[in-house]
Design a protein around this ligand. Structure first.
Ligand code: G3P
Length: 218
């Protein structure tokens, strides 16, 4: 399973890359707005840093406007994937963009049938939003399970990006289901490393190591 970072923060991306865990990056207008930077400068820098797909979202509501924006975004780098909202206009745009070789990621997916529609339009990726479903007392991970079943029933190659991830359990459940990708906030990526027994075990090893007579090592 690939790990993407869901952030537009350069420091987080740099630290994730240093961990060796970043297979790609996803952004959205909310994440971009947090950075207070000029848009084109910021996203160009992200695309240069990341050795993997970088999702950048369009903001037009009509297909023509989305296609125009997508073509501009695609010029930033070969790793750009254009994020398109799951609407009728969005799906029209996906079909045309994929036909001309621009990769798309259909975002704001909340039902298995929306994911099927996106796949039928030829989307490279779909992004089901798990945490936002959990927020309204609906089991988000069930959506991932249904999408994976449907895609496997029909040998669909559209990759599933588990998005709106809030905690490590989402990552674990996605991996158990066989999702292609999880995109997570940097905070969650850091949490994946942690286990209290690892800390306790390390502390004990170091204490015991102090008791060992050693030449020259102090
Ligand atoms: O990038 C899309 C998605 O991951 C947003 O997550 O936490 O705003 O629901 P969240």
């Amino acid at each position: 399973m690939k790990f993407f970072l869901d952030t537009a923060n350069l420091d987080e991306i740099r630290r994730g890359i240093q961990m060796g865990l970043v297979d790609g990056v996803t952004t959205n207008p909310t994440l971009i707005s947090k950075e207070g930077r000029e848009f084109w400068e910021l996203v160009s820098e992200i695309c240069r840093m990341v050795d993997g797909p970088v999702s950048l979202e369009v903001t037009a509501l009509e297909a023509e406007g989305m296609i125009k924006e997508a073509r501009e975004l695609a010029k930033i780098g070969e790793n750009v994937v254009v994020k398109i909202p799951m609407t009728e206009e969005g799906i029209k745009a996906v079909k045309r963009l994929e036909a001309e070789g621009v990769k798309t990621n259909v975002t704001l997916v909340f039902s298995p049938l929306q994911a099927l529609i996106a796949a039928k339009a030829g989307a490279s990726y779909v992004s089901p939003f798990i945490g936002r479903l959990d927020d309204i007392s609906t089991e988000g991970m069930r959506l991932v399970e249904d999408i994976l079943t449907i895609f496997s029933n029909y040998d669909i190659f559209t990759q599933v990006i588990v998005a709106s991830v809030r905690h490590p359990m989402h990552v674990l459940e996605a991996a158990l289901l066989g999702a292609d990708i999880v995109t997570m906030p940097f905070r969650v990526m850091e949490q994946l490393f942690r286990h209290p027994l690892t800390d306790i075990g390390l502390e004990r090893f170091l204490k015991d190591w102090e008791k060992v007579p050693k030449r020259g090592l102090g």
